[in-house]
Each structure stands twice: as C-alpha cells, then as structure tokens.
Ligand binder design. Structure first.
Ligand SMILES: Nc1ncnc2c1ncn2[C@@H]1O[C@H](COP(=O)(O)OP(=O)(O)O)[C@@H](O)[C@H]1O
Ligand SMILES: CC(=O)OP(=O)(O)O
Ligand SMILES: [Mg+2]
Length: 397
C-alpha cells in the first residue's frame, strides 16, 4: 500500500511517499515559494540525484499537480498512476478539542478544522489548502488528518486550563492544547521499544527541540502536560519564538512602541527567541559558532535557552512524581551534543548522569547517552513525524 504524507505551510508543501509494505520511502520533496512565479520544487528519490525545478506555481493546487507529475514521470517516476496512492495523510496542526485521534476527512471533519482556524490562524488555513489540493488531484484516495494536538488531549483539566475568567473557555475554547504530538507519541513509543519495557510502565520526558520546540511529560504512554499552549508560542525559548513571557509586556510594548497587535504577535513569533536575543540567527549552529567566537549576546541566548529547558524538565519530574526516561529529539535535540550536555548538567539531584563521550558522538540512530549508574535513562531518539503520519493513516484505510 502506498501512502503520501503531506505537510502544508502557507507557501510550501512538504511531501513523502511511502511504500507501507516495508515502510520504505519512495520519494520525498518540498515545494517552496508557492504563490510566486519562481516557486521551487526539490524532489528526491532515494539513490538518485536531487531534482530542482523552478516554475510558476500560483497556488497549492498547481503545486500538488506538479508533485504528482514528478511522482508519475514516465522515466524517473516511482508510480505509474495516481490510483496507486491508496491514501494521503495530512499533518493538521490544530484539532482543537474536536480530535483526540487521527480521522478520515469527510465534510464534518473539514468543517471542524475550519472552526479551529481562530485558534491557529497561521497553520490551519494552509493545512486546509493542502487537503483541498490533494483531494482534487487524488479523488479516489482516502484522506486522513493527523493532528499535532491530538496526543495531548489526555492532559488533565488542571494542566490545560488557564487561570482566566471561565467565560473565555466557554465561549472560545481558550485553553492549552500542546503541539508536536505526533512526534512526542512516536519517540516515546520508540524509547519504550529501545529499552524493551512496556510504555505503560514508564515516566518519560520528551524534549522535541527543533526550530519549534516543546517538552512533554508522558506517563504510561499518555501526555499529561506539555510546554506549548493554546498556540505554539508558549513554553520554551525557540528559534524565533519567545516562549513564556510576562503577558503584561504585550500591552506595555503596544503602548510604548505604538505597535499593532499583529506587529507584536509577529515580534514574538518571528523576531524573538535565539534570533531576537543573539541578534545573529535563529539557527542553533550559527549562534553556537558566534558564542565560541566570543559573542556575549550569543552566549546569553544559549544560556537562556538551556536554562528554560532545565526548568521545564524539573517541573515535569514534579508533575509525574518521578522520571524513568529523558529523551531528546528534533534538529537541536538530535544533533547538538553541547546543548544536551549542558541541559543534563546540574540535574544530578534527579539521578541524571550522562556519558559525555558517548553524548559527543554524532550518529543518526537511537541510542543511550546516560551512564550505567544513572537512575534515569537518557536517550537520543530521531523523530520521524512523516512515518508516524503514514502509520496512523494506514490504520484508517
Ligand atoms: N548539528 C547541529 N547542531 C546544532 N543545531 C543543529 C544541528 N543540526 C540542526 N540543528 C538545528 O535544528 C534546527 C531545526 O530543527 P528541525 O527539527 O529540523 O526544525 P523544524 O522542523 O521545526 O523546522 C535548526 O535551528 C538548527 O539550528
Ligand atoms: C507546531 C509547531 O511548532 O510546529 P513546527 O515545529 O513545525 O514549527
Ligand atoms: Mg518541526
């Protein structure tokens, strides 16, 4: 069975085609700058050279058509007809309170995703465009929505409610939802398998530290708390997002700088975090380099970044009254040994002790970086959100 996985942004389509008989990847790619005359498609088939095409792609529908043309290309294609794609798994960022698991998309589901646009104005509209475009090109396939928020629907009310007037929850569903659920679910399952222990017996803290970053407390396989909130802005300091700040800063800045609400929102989402504090970049590699070159703002940015991760880990040990596994995943979590080492430093009170040499080795595989004496297993688990979406989709076909 062949399954296409799609992750649609406002001007991009990321895709991956799987053969689910052995979960192998047949093709993967990215359409960028949709809406322009010079949109770019990067298309890769394992074992072959990457193809880069530049052409006019004015909307997602045209983008999807071009992707299918590449997949079905007479000479270099990996499928012969669109009918070979049995199902399409769509990443949908916000499922509100409607969805606690993946679902086959029908008109009611579509309607519910639309109703959630208010909660995720940046993410859900392009996700819907992707669904429409794929349904138009692949009308015979089963289309499945896999939500970032679904895994976190198990959080207890005292973890997901804000201490605001109750009316805001009743009228608008203002509450914490959490994101990256597909990733947190995947890596916690992998961690249990790696250790050969039942997930049901484990208390796990999953650190998904990429450009967007969140930490989840997973107890018995269920999310019991997570650092992102109603939107992916809450929680950790990220590449360009501020994470937690005193909310009183918002009206203060609006008044002082005469900014609009939209401008302040853009400031906190796109110009803060590592980028805002370092003044250099949102990319951890570049900020780290600048720190080693003696840049004090870069050093401060990294000190803050690490300190916040530590504080969230500490609070989740309290939330679960214990900890068996601390795991790192995503771009920074999988690659930045320095960040892992410094996060784990000073967590000895919890019995966390890592093997610095093992931690420093660079390899893209699941592994343990704690010492045999460590009371907590510390793991690096590469995430694979696309594969997880393909698996969830397969289950519903
Ligand atoms: N070798 C590395 N060392 C430090 N950071 C890295 C390394 N490789 C990738 N990263 C970081 O990972 C981040 C991207 O993570 P990723 O999970 O791919 O992000 P997203 O999917 O949210 O866009 C980048 O900011 C980059 O700095
Ligand atoms: C929800 C979210 O933060 O996603 P990403 O990491 O893709 O930005
Ligand atoms: Mg990501």
């Amino acid at each position: 069975m062949k399954i296409l996985v799609i992750n649609c942004g406002s001007s991009s389509i990321k895709y991956q085609l799987f053969d689910m008989t052995d979960e192998s990847v047949l093709a993967t790619g990215l359409v960028e700058k949709i809406g322009t005359e010079s949109a770019m498609i990067k298309h890769e088939v394992p074992g072959a050279e990457e193809k880069v095409l530049i052409s006019e792609i004015l909307d997602h529908r045209v983008g999807m058509k071009k992707v299918l043309d590449l997949l079905m290309d007479k000479e270099e294609g990996v499928i012969q007809s669109a009918d070979e794609v049995a199902a399409v798994g769509h990443r949908v960022v916000h499922g509100g309170e409607f969805f606690s698991r993946s679902v086959v998309i029908d008109s009611q589901v579509r309607q519910a995703i639309r109703q959630t646009i208010d909660l995720a104005p940046l993410h859900n509209p392009p996700n819907l465009l992707g669904i429409d475009a794929a349904q138009a090109q692949l009308p015979h396939a089963t289309h499945v929505a896999v939500f970032d928020t679904a895994f976190h629907q198990t959080m207890p009310d005292y973890a997901y409610m804000y201490a605001l007037p109750r009316i805001l929850y009743q009228k608008y569903k203002v509450r914490r939802y959490g994101f990256h659920g597909t990733s947190h679910k995947y890596v916690s399952q992998r961690a249990a398998e790696f250790l050969g222990k039942p997930l049901a017996d484990l208390k796990i803290i999953s650190c998904h530290i990429g450009n967007g970053a969140s930490i989840t407390a997973v107890q018995g396989g269920k999310s019991v708390d997570t650092s992102m909130g109603m939107t992916p802005l809450e929680g950790l300091m990220m590449g360009t997002r501020s994470g937690d700040i005193d909310p009183a800063i918002v009206p203060f800045v609006i008044a002082k700088e005469e900014l609009t609400i939209g401008e302040v929102s853009s400031m906190m989402n796109k110009h803060s975090g590592l980028l805002g504090v370092s003044g250099i970049s949102s990319d951890m590699r570049e900020v780290t380099e600048a720190m080693f070159d003696g840049n004090s703002q870069a050093k401060l940015a990294i000190d803050m970044y690490i300190y916040k991760i530590k504080k969230v880990i500490g609070s989740y040990v309290a939330a679960m009254d214990g900890l068996d596994v601390l795991l790192f995943t995503a771009g920074v979590g999988e690659n930045a040994s320095l960040i892992r080492e410094r996060v784990c430093e000073g967590l000895s009170f919890f019995g966390i002790e890592i093997d610095k040499e093992e931690n420093a080795i660079r390899k893209k595989e699941e592994r343990r970086i704690s010492t045999p004496a460590s009371k907590v297993e510390v793991l690096v688990i590469p995430t694979n959100e696309e594969l997880m979406i393909a698996r969830e989709t397969k289950e519903l076909v």
